[in-house]
Design a protein around this ligand. Structure first.
Ligand code: GLN
Length: 557
């Protein structure tokens, strides 16, 4: 088993996660079995409670772990399917140590950072060391070298290298080489200092990946090599990509990174097969056509808040040889109505979310999309607002709402399960991770998935209230997917609309380049056929010909 530790120097936001993931892509293309892992030095136990402004999106894994968005890059860029073991925060490390101490597991010893904290960290690396499954483990250390919080992780790596032998480990250091305009020069000093910081802790990087705006010339490479004790060919340039993050593996390959890493780790591998990846990148970079998609959310200035959604749109669009122009709309700006903002949008997407802020704007957006036959994709909260909208404006339940936004609503079309059963204060925990969904035959969903049972990732508390099922389905609301026992609505559509789909789960966590998610793919296909000038101005008659037969709306068995 071989180990690669990816550290970061000088500043944060260098795209270390992307770099680690891209290295994973390259090694997999050389037929190695790769697993990735992230260590986060912050003290939160997981990012689940962090605000998207702080931390970007929370990425959910199959087992329900709420993790850092870099794990999203790992899953999208490689074939590995991650679990909660692949993300470790300082909060979890200390939680483990303190629980052990309270149980008396340390047998009266003084509990210390070395060895007790570092042991927990090393155990986590060893957990991945399963040679029957993997050849290489890539571990990314969050934060920047020199941060106080990061020290125990770096110390654990130092010890780990001693234990497994230096021939089995490399440290890849991702660093910044800034260009100073006034001097017309790329500067190596920050990198030298951050490598010096690593050496102080007893770590010597073997590879430097230099994030830079400008090409790094021979002189700069020599200087970095000499001051940082890294061979010249191990100074790798990672310039800002021109078009898409999916170019990163290709630029790193052009710099010789994958060959270098295999040489350093004594791995014999074939040349990488990057044909499919290149084709995908080409389609992203120069698509034949373009489509404008409106995304209505709360964190429109934080690009990372809806990361997986934007990536999923890219994957789906590329599969249709289409480019995406995103129109990001703040939901609060739609509270008084929707019009001009949607004029040129070929599709409307509403992401997940928590809390009442912006909800009425999202409901207005869903109404506009339904009435104007604009393709609509609602994810989690996006499905819930579409349901509320339909209940209010088609079924005449004027006060329909979710109990999340109005505790005492007389028409709780979205509510907590325990509220539906009259139980109060049960303490609502989130439904997290993968759950099966039974797709109802004859629905658009069946066409899209081409399957009648699918598994999807969840992160929510509230559910569609089945009490309203008959009343709503009679008006053209279709429950096209349910939990296997039929008790929970997982997927909805609106009859007689070209594409109006909402899902209670998060399909965006299971989309990859060259493997777009069916709901996103269907959405993009619908957007490509949508023509604003042809769309009727009012909703189709709810009593018109049905696409789904009544008996199929009720889940069987
Ligand atoms: N706030 C909603 C719920 O808890 C939706 C959650 C989400 O969109 N992830 O059910």
């Amino acid at each position: 088993m071989k180990y690669i530790f990816v550290t970061g120097g000088v500043v944060s936001s260098l795209g270390k996660g992307l770099t680690a993931a891209s290295l994973g892509t390259l090694l997999e293309a050389r037929r190695l079995r790769v697993v990735l892992q992230k260590f986060d030095p912050y003290l939160n136990v997981d990012p689940g409670t962090m605000n998207p402004f702080q931390h970007g999106e929370v990425y959910v894994l199959n087992d329900g772990a709420e993790t850092d968005l870099d794990l999203g890059h790992y899953e999208r860029f490689t074939n590995c399917v991650l679990t909660r073991h692949n993300n470790l925060t300082s909060g979890q490390v200390y939680e483990t140590v303190i629980l052990k101490e309270r149980r008396g597991d340390y047998l009266g010893k003084t509990v210390q950072v070395i060895p007790h904290v570092t042991d927990v960290i090393k155990d986590r690396i060893r957990e991945l060391s399963d040679e029957s499954k993997y050849d290489v483990a890539i571990t990314e250390i969050g934060g920047t070298t020199g941060d106080i919080e990061g020290l125990p992780f770096l110390e654990a790596i130092r010890q780990f290298i001693l234990e497994v032998g230096p021939q089995n480990v490399i440290n890849v250091h991702v660093t910044l080489v800034p260009y100073i305009k006034a001097a017309h020069e790329l500067k190596t000093k920050p990198t030298q200092q951050s490598v010096a910081k690593l050496r102080e802790i007893g770590l010597q990087p073997q590879v430097l990946i230099c994030r830079t705006e400008r090409p790094i010339d021979r002189d700069v490479r020599r200087k970095l090599s000499m001051f940082c004790s890294v061979s010249e060919k191990a100074v790798i340039e990672e310039r800002d990509v021109e078009h898409t993050i999916y170019e990163v593996p290709l630029t790193l390959h052009a710099e010789g990174l994958d060959q270098l890493v295999c040489d350093l780790l004594h791995l014999e591998t074939p040349e990488p097969d990057l044909v499919d990846w290149r084709q995908f990148v080409e389609r992203v970079v120069s698509p034949k056509r373009r489509s404008k998609i409106a995304v209505v959310g709360k964190y429109m200035d934080v690009r990372d808040a809806y990361k997986s959604i934007y990536e999923s749109l890219t994957h789906a669009a590329a599969s249709e040889d289409c480019g995406i122009d995103l129109k990001l709309i703040d939901a609060e700006s739609l509270e008084r109505g929707v019009d001009a903002q949607f004029k040129d949008a070929a599709g409307v997407l509403i992401p997940g979310g928590f809390g009442a802020r912006g909800v009425e704007g999202k409901i207005n957006a869903a109404r506009y999309a339904r009435e104007h036959n604009i393709p609509y994709l609602g994810l989690c909260l996006g499905m819930q607002v579409a349901t509320i909208e339909f209940a209010r404006n088609v079924c005449g339940l004027k006060h329909a709402n979710s109990t999340e936004f109005d505790k005492d609503t007389p028409e709780p079309v979205i509510s907590l399960l325990e509220e539906q059963h009259g139980i109060r204060n049960m303490g609502a925990t989130m439904r997290l991770g993968t759950w099966p969904t039974k797709i109802i035959k004859g629905t658009l969903a069946e066409k899209l998935y081409g399957d009648i049972e699918v598994t999807e990732r969840h992160r929510h508390r509230y559910e569609f209230n089945m009490k309203y099922r008959d009343q709503m389905t009679a008006k053209g609301f279709v429950i096209s997917g349910t939990s296997p026992d039929g008790a929970l609505a997982e997927l909805i559509e609106v009859r007689d609309h070209p594409y109006f789909v909402g899902c209670q789960y998060h399909p965006e966590f299971q989309s990859k380049p060259n493997k777009p998610h069916p709901l996103f793919k269907g959405f993009i296909q619908a957007c490509l056929t949508y023509r604003a000038d042809r769309a009727p101005r009012v909703a189709a008659d709810p009593l018109s010909l049905r696409r789904v037969r009544e008996e199929e709306l009720v889940p069987q068995g």
